[in-house]
Ligand binder design. Structure first.
Ligand SMILES: Cc1cc2nc3c(=O)[nH]c(=O)nc-3n(C[C@H](O)[C@H](O)[C@H](O)COP(=O)(O)OP(=O)(O)OC[C@H]3O[C@@H](n4cnc5c(N)ncnc54)[C@H](O)[C@@H]3O)c2cc1C
Length: 440
């Protein structure tokens, strides 16, 4: 990025905000910014909304944000409604089964939804209030005293008051403004791949796990789905590949599991080839000294990816969007103050979550057979143990502590908009019922 003038404190309120990335954080921010009277524009590199992803947990304070956004009913309607999770042996025999809520450490209103469904809900709630530019990307950013001149790969150049990089772990905005990803990314020693596949195992709201040394393979199917999702995780030092080259990633996955014939691995692996929502990435974290520079700020994974191992990345993206917009609205034009307050509020929770993720990667890819045997023994015997409720409570308490680690700050404008959002949600529900021809 080019700076042509220092940008200390702005007095006239910023109104136009360019958001790079229509994943989770970007559309959530657009929703809040619109509610506060800003004009958000979202640019997304993909030609349309990206549907992929495994199920993601929404817990604790992130649930409160969903309620305030007015999307909680829509989230519940698309809840995975998972009932059970089990470990299976090489012959597909169940070794032990637990209720899904214990697996997920869920409590109260906590819910689970696929990442793709959440992305769609957020997009549908914002597409009339924010401008979306699909199939495009920022080419350059030039900041001056009054704003940022943005050139795009396709669209004509435009000026914006502020720019937000919500373009994921491999953030392009971060690269333009802060430098190469290698300065900020720390690989946690494993890779993860997720894709939609036929539900060959006839799973119904059930998730099956099969563990091998250094590897974990899962498949699940959620409520009302005719398909399943397959997930492959494997321990590995950092690999060199182009994160946009899906064919190369499929090859890495196929080679890594080529010698593994236990359970249904060969069949599940074959499904990767045809998957059009194939996702493959490093279990890594993004660690930065600061999340903003001048008029540009990072949000979600772009700022602080906590890796899929944390189970908190989506919740933190929603919390970040709420607080960034709230601070911008409250700062009345002093965007530097808003960026600092947003970061100060999120950072302690992010750092705690990243530490947890680092430890949990080893739990996902157990490196010794005896560790796997111990896990299987635990899962098999836990339901029969007299103290099972205590253990379940402890698991839930630990997860819940993390799920509440970022408290929800109050912004006067947020509560005012909430009533409106709830009314909108009720209206959307009625429209849905009328459209589907069913009765209430
Ligand atoms: C397809 C996909 C599947 C995923 N599956 C899982 C999963 O199963 N489990 C899990 O824990 N996490 C998954 N993640 C990551 C998870 O979505 C994030 O950790 C979390 O939700 C934070 O969201 P985010 O909006 O910050 O980033 P993301 O959800 O990663 O969204 C970033 C968005 O930015 C877009 N983008 C990238 N480069 C550019 C550019 N140059 N210009 C414009 N836009 C750009 C991307 O296409 C994407 O839509 C997935 C991400 C993606 C993109």
């Amino acid at each position: 990025m080019t700076h042509t003038a220092p940008t200390a404190r702005q007095t006239s309120p910023a109104r136009t905000v360019l958001i790079s990335g229509a994943g989770i954080a970007g559309p959530a921010l657009a929703l809040w910014l619109h509610r506060y009277g800003f004009e958000p524009t979202v640019v997304e590199r993909a030609p349309k909304l990206r549907p992929g992803g495994y199920k993601v947990d929404l817990r604790g304070t992130a649930i409160e944000i969903c309620k305030r956004m007015g999307i909680m009913d829509a989230v519940r309607a698309r809840s995975t409604d998972m009932q059970t999770g089990s470990y299976v042996d090489t012959n597909n025999r169940t070794v032990g089964e637990l209720p899904a809520d214990i697996f997920g450490g869920r409590s109260g209103d906590d819910d689970e939804i696929t990442r793709g469904d959440l992305a769609r809900i957020l997009y549908e709630r914002t597409r009339d209030d924010a401008e979306y530019l699909f199939g495009d990307s920022i080419a350059s950013l030039t900041e001056d005293a009054d704003g940022v001149l943005v050139t795009f790969e396709n669209a004509e150049p435009r000026r914006f008051d502020l720019v937000v990089g919500a373009d994921g772990m491999h953030s392009h905005t971060r690269r333009l403004v802060f430098g190469d990803e290698r300065h900020f990314k720390r690989h946690l020693g494993a890779y993860i791949s997720i894709f939609t596949a036929p539900n060959d195992l006839k799973l119904d709201r059930h998730e099956a796990y099969h563990a091998l040394p250094d590897k974990l393979v899962c498949a699940y199917s959620s409520r009302g789905e005719t398909t399943a999702k397959n997930m492959f995780v494997f321990a590995s030092p950092e690999l060199t590949f182009d994160h946009r080259d899906t064919a190369a990633q499929k090859e890495i996955l196929a080679n890594t599991f080529a010698q593994d014939h236990s359970w249904e691995i060969p069949r599940l692996l074959t499904n990767a080839e045809a998957a059009d929502d194939f996702y493959f990435d490093s279990m890594g974290v993004i660690e930065m000294d600061r999340w903003s520079k001048g008029r540009v700020v990072l949000l979600g994974d772009a700022a602080h990816c906590t890796s899929p191992a944390s189970g908190q990345g989506t919740g933190l993206a929603l919390l970040g969007a709420y607080h960034l917009a709230g601070e911008l609205a409250a700062a009345n034009g002093d965007f530097g103050r808003a960026f600092a307050a947003y970061e100060a509020h999120l950072r302690p929770g992010v750092e705690h979550t990243q530490k947890f993720a680092e430890g949990f990667v080893g739990e996902m890819t157990m490196d010794r057979k005896w560790k796997i045997q111990l896990r299987l023994l635990m899962v098999r015997t836990l339901p029969k143990m007299p103290w099972r409720n205590l253990i379940a409570k402890k698991i839930t308490e630990d997860v819940q502590k993390m799920a509440h680690i970022v408290p929800v700050k109050e912004y006067a404008e947020a509560r005012a908009g909430e009533a409106e959002a709830r009314a909108g949600e009720a209206e959307a529900r009625v429209t849905e019922v009328v459209r589907s021809g069913s009765t209430v």
